[in-house]
Write a protein that binds this ligand. Structure first.
Ligand SMILES: C[S@@+](CC[C@H](N)C(=O)[O-])C[C@H]1O[C@@H](n2cnc3c(N)ncnc32)[C@H](O)[C@@H]1O
Length: 297
């Protein structure tokens, strides 16, 4: 005779117990749903906005913002806090380090802002560094930061801070600047193409290099759609027009582009890294192989 083993008592959950076991799942899904709804609503609102054209140069009237200084004057105190996290996550900090470390000779940094590149200079390689920005409060923070970071400068390195618009800068060292650096400047300059062309004219015509990290248009249409629709509002608030086509601006400025990259795939092409030479620059024949082999980033 077969003996059927007694069935273990199946545990029957009350509805309350069943719910409480899944509570974390419901909680996380609820939050997820909330953010998706907010994001969807934001996209819907954006889609009803007129697109802001990705002006190549503000001189076509599409950038009705001849001077963004008022925004940066107001933002100066909070600027670093506002961008710190995004920059760390996007990897821009690491790109800054690698680029700024290349500066040599007589150096100009335009649109210096609060001096976010200050810690990355190789001072032994720099004869002079001029920091320029048209916003007094931003420049003042850069000056304070520099003092704290470099209390003991190599005596041979001359440092200057100038409150001025880049287009107004007329003087340069006798042979021109060896390196001009600009990071995140094209987005907030009213006439970026003219400004880059002007900076190219301040470089040493044989050896000078313009090094840029900029942000602007992405690889993908759906992101550019968002950038175009949000550009006006963002620009009016932050003085930053984030939908500009950096590649086109640089090319049309007449600079000789030696390197153009969009570092870190997760930025989806919005971050641009450029190394350029002055208009009319020709690669010295003897250095062709070496220059091509050199990698910046
Ligand atoms: C987005 S912030 C970038 C600051 C800094 N370079 C960085 O990487 O964080 C832009 C800065 O460019 C300055 N700026 C904008 N247009 C300028 C111009 N035409 N000449 C000089 N500075 C300018 C603004 O005052 C502001 O400090």
């Amino acid at each position: 005779m077969n003996v059927v083993p007694p069935r273990p008592h199946a545990h029957v959950f009350t509805p309350r117990q069943a719910l409480s076991g899944r509570a974390p799942l419901y909680f996380v899904s609820g939050i997820g749903f909330y953010y998706v709804a907010i994001y969807g609503y934001w996209l819907y609102q954006l889609s009803t906005e007129p697109g802001h054209p990705p002006s190549v140069d503000g001189s076509d009237g599409s950038s009705p913002d001849p001077d963004t200084s008022d925004r940066y004057n107001d933002l100066a105190q909070s600027f670093d806090n506002e961008v710190d996290t995004t920059e760390t996550l996007s990897g821009i900090d690491a790109v800054r380090k690698r680029l700024v470390n290349q500066a040599t000779g007589h150096v100009l940094e335009t649109s210096v802002g609060t001096g976010r590149n200050a810690k990355y200079y190789n001072l032994r390689a720099c004869k002079s560094i001029t920091f320029l920005d048209q916003s007094g409060p931003m420049l003042e923070i850069a000056r304070q930061k520099w003092k704290e970071l470099h209390p003991k400068l190599p005596t041979e390195t001359k440092i200057a801070f100038r409150q001025q618009a880049a287009l107004e800068l007329a003087d340069a060292p006798e042979e021109g600047y060896d390196t001009i650096i600009q990071t995140m400047g094209v987005c907030s300059t009213p006439v970026p193409m003219d400004t880059l062309r002007h900076l190219g004219g301040l470089l040493n015509p044989r050896t000078g290099r313009l090094l840029l990290i900029e942000h602007g248009r992405a690889y993908y249409d759906w992101i550019n759609f968002i950038l175009d629709r949000s550009a006006r509002g963002h620009g009016e608030k932050y003085g930053c027009y984030h939908n500009r086509d950096i590649g086109e601006i640089v090319k049309q400025s007449g600079l000789v582009v030696q390197r153009m990259e969009r570092p870190h795939w997760w930025n989806l092409g919005t971050v641009w890294l450029v190394e350029a030479r002055p208009n009319g620059w020709k690669e010295p024949q003897a250095h062709v192989g070496r220059a091509q082999a050199r990698r910046l980033v």
